[in-house]
Design a protein around this ligand. Structure first.
Ligand code: NAG
Ligand code: NAG
Length: 343
């Protein structure tokens, strides 16, 4: 007993090189996938353009593709799934809609609609099964925000003073549904882009040194290491870049150990434009974009380019370790870990 435990310990210490590869699980469907929600290691949902949603309940071996009836031309840029039966999708614009299914995608119920001109929903995030938030581009100079406290069955727009004020030419990107995050304390943070780019806590903007100044520049995603931390202690990683120059790696990623008070540039940044970043183990991260996929083993200080495959979004299982990616042309990938023993 004791010996085998020591043997296990020695083996564990010996395994110091970990390689990651991406297995492509699906491609070729006429949809650009930007919504991804991984419930556990078996249940995964994706959403995208052309009214498309897909679901796997066997760890990505098989996928059920569906078109949301009545919404065949809509672009569902984000999805939040709770189990094999229940999921919520956002349709971005004119009108902006939020739909919910409780029967695995057979029927979708309209739970929110906003016909205001200029409405454009970017991302949705849930704190737990009942409390969630959705963010959209600025309307009358304030970022649109609405919340639910009943598992997405109804949504209430936040009062104007609780909606952050946007600079001229500042908006959010709807590229991966990951530009807003919630702490368990109830506080929210989100990142913006365009002519200027900030990290907002609740409705208060703070500086963000990511590339900015053009409509195509700015931050696309923020990852938080531990949602139970206090805001001032939160370890954040932000990615973005210029999506019209996706091979440029300048000012495309920043880290903060103090909730965005001070920012650190990685010693080796991820390669090119990145639209999504996610913690996959306590100090390990994955980031993806049209430029390919990078991983970091040291909380974002050094990044390693592991795949040239283009993806818009990468997410880890909420309850589990599986990591999936999704992108254009119905492409779905899964991250595979290969622990190699040091020679
Ligand atoms: C949506 O479907 C149409 C018609 O099949 C196709 O031409 C188009 O490329 C699709 N859009 C995407 C983003 O795949
Ligand atoms: C979800 O979070 C809210 C806000 O923090 C809290 O009031 C509520 O009790 C939580 N619900 C559950 C089911 O944990």
């Amino acid at each position: 007993m004791k010996n085998s435990f020591l043997g296990f310990l020695a083996f564990w210490l010996y395994v110091s090189v970990t390689a990651q590869t991406i297995d492509i699980q699906a491609r070729g469907t006429k949809t650009s996938l930007r919504g991804l929600s991984v419930v556990d290691n078996q249940i995964v949902w994706v959403s995208g353009s052309n009214g498309t949603v897909a679901r796997s309940t066997d760890g990505g071996k098989t996928w059920q593709w569906m078109t949301v009836a009545g919404y065949e031309k809509r672009d569902f840029r984000d999805i939040e799934a709770f189990d094999a039966q229940t999921a919520i999708i956002i349709g971005i614009a004119e009108p902006a809609v939020i739909l919910k299914t409780t029967d695995g995608g057979e029927h979708w119920k309209l739970v929110y609609e906003n016909t205001a001109p200029g409405m454009f929903l970017d991302a949705m995030e849930f704190r737990n099964e009942t409390h969630g938030i959705v963010i959209g581009d600025p309307i009358h100079g304030r970022f649109f925000m609405a919340q639910t406290t009943d598992a997405g069955n109804s949504w209430q727009e936040l009062p104007a003073p609780k909606q952050a004020v946007a600079d001229s030419g500042e908006a959010c990107f709807a590229s991966s549904g990951t530009n807003i995050k919630l702490l368990t304390s109830g506080e929210s943070c989100f990142v913006s882009g365009g002519l200027s780019s900030h990290l907002f806590w609740n409705a208060t903007p703070g500086p963000l040194p990511i590339v900015q100044g053009k409509e195509t520049t700015g931050a696309h995603a923020v990852a938080i290491q531990n949602p139970h931390q206090r805001k001032e202690r939160t370890y954040l990683v932000v990615v973005g870049g210029n999506f019209n120059a996706d091979s440029v790696s300048i000012q495309n990623c920043f880290l903060s150990k103090d909730g965005g008070h001070t920012w650190i540039a990685p010693a080796t940044p991820p390669r090119g434009f990145k639209s999504c970043v996610e913690f996959i183990r306590p100090t390990q991260l994955i980031a993806c974009g049209t430029s390919g996929v990078d991983v970091s083993a040291d909380t974002g200080m050094h990044w390693k380019y592991i795949s040239t495959e283009s993806f818009h979004v990468c997410r880890k299982a909420k309850k589990g370790s599986a990591v999936y990616l999704a992108g254009s042309n119905g492409k779905i990938g899964k991250l595979t870990w290969t622990d190699k023993t040091q020679p």
